[in-house]
Design a protein. Structure first.
Length: 329
């Protein structure tokens, strides 16, 4: 049975390992004993010496046998210091434990060196002040500044831990829509590890020493020089879709980091040429999200319509294709 006592610097959790966990790794056993914490946090605490088993520090991979006394000195999560700001939010769903946000292009998720304010986190703290007591103001994952679409926000600390664990277990299903350069003949899977670029530290790159990353993509529509694709993630690495699509030489339209030079199809309509020149962000949208509600366990799903600029780009691509067909002898 697990219990806890408070202290100024940490919250102590004690438990006895049941026989049913005999043979499990210590980090796996802790995940079962203390489900309010994510596996990544538990592993970090083991490595930091904040976990003892029968009074001794152990490694994450060390097995347990049942009957051991475990002491976990949990490190309190740093609460956000960001200031509330009255930034409009498009909230698609909200209850006590969960919020689903449709993020616009141009909105940074977390404050940082170059963005001390004006972020989604600032907006959330204004919309719901009690989120100051939830790690990262409830934000469970991130989207790049100029990627639009669905994001998950937890309303309580318990919901945050539950959703982080669901993300780690790949139980939160996310689909993205994108427009890439070139005409793809079929869908496929990119299975290539991603890590920090060895020279440009602001970029990510496919690297053998990176973290496992897998993106599935399928063709939604083809145009004369572009393809509309649906992407599904097995992992959630930084810039994953952008890096993977560039890796197979079909970078996203407008991507300022991985997109390369502007490419306008030969014989493009003037409208398409103008639209491509003006499209200055990656053509990427988080369109569908499904998960088990962290409170009720009910399976839920949301969809977000395309942003205005991306929808306009697709209409112009369709019109260019139609014009080319009409011009054929």
């Amino acid at each position: 049975m697990a219990g806890q006592t408070s202290s100024e610097e940490s919250l102590e959790h004690r438990a006895e390992v049941p026989d049913s966990l005999s043979g499990k790794r210590l980090d796996q056993a802790l995940a079962a004993l203390f489900p309010d914490f994510s596996r990544s946090r538990l592993k970090a605490w083991i490595l930091a010496g904040r976990v003892t088993v029968d009074g001794l520090e152990r490694r994450p991979r060390d097995p347990v046998h049942g009957g051991e006394q475990v002491l976990l000195r949990a490190e309190p999560e740093t609460r956000t210091q960001a200031a509330p700001e009255p930034i409009p939010l498009n909230v698609l769903f909200e209850d006590d434990t969960l919020l689903i946000i449709d993020k616009p292009a141009g909105l940074v998720v977390h404050p940082g060196a170059g963005n001390p304010g004006g972020t989604l986190q600032n907006a959330l703290l204004h919309h719901r002040p009690e989120l100051r007591n939830v790690p990262r103001a409830g934000i469970v994952h991130r989207l790049d500044k100029d990627t639009t679409g669905l994001m998950v926000v937890a309303g309580t600390e318990t919901a945050h831990a539950t959703l982080v664990k669901a993300m780690e277990a790949r139980e939160v299903r996310r689909e993205y829509e994108a427009v890439c350069l070139g005409v793809l003949t079929a869908g496929g899977t990119v299975d290539a590890s991603i890590g920090r670029h060895p020279v440009d530290r602001l970029r990510m790159a496919v690297r053998d020493t990176g973290k496992t990353a897998r993106t599935h993509y399928r063709v939604m529509d083809r145009y004369r020089g572009h393809t509309r694709v649906l992407c599904r993630l097995d992992t959630g690495r930084t810039h994953q879709i952008r890096v993977h699509m560039a890796h197979i030489r079909h970078p996203l339209v407008g991507d300022p980091v991985y997109g390369g030079r502007l490419a306008i199809p030969r014989g493009a309509t003037p409208e398409l040429g103008d639209t491509l020149r003006r499209f200055r962000r990656q053509a990427l949208h988080a369109r569908r999200l499904s998960l088990a509600h962290p409170g009720s366990g009910e399976e839920m799903c949301w969809e977000a319509p395309l942003a205005v600029d991306l929808a306009a780009l697709i209409r112009v691509l369709e019109a260019d294709r139609a014009a080319a067909v009409a011009d054929r002898p």
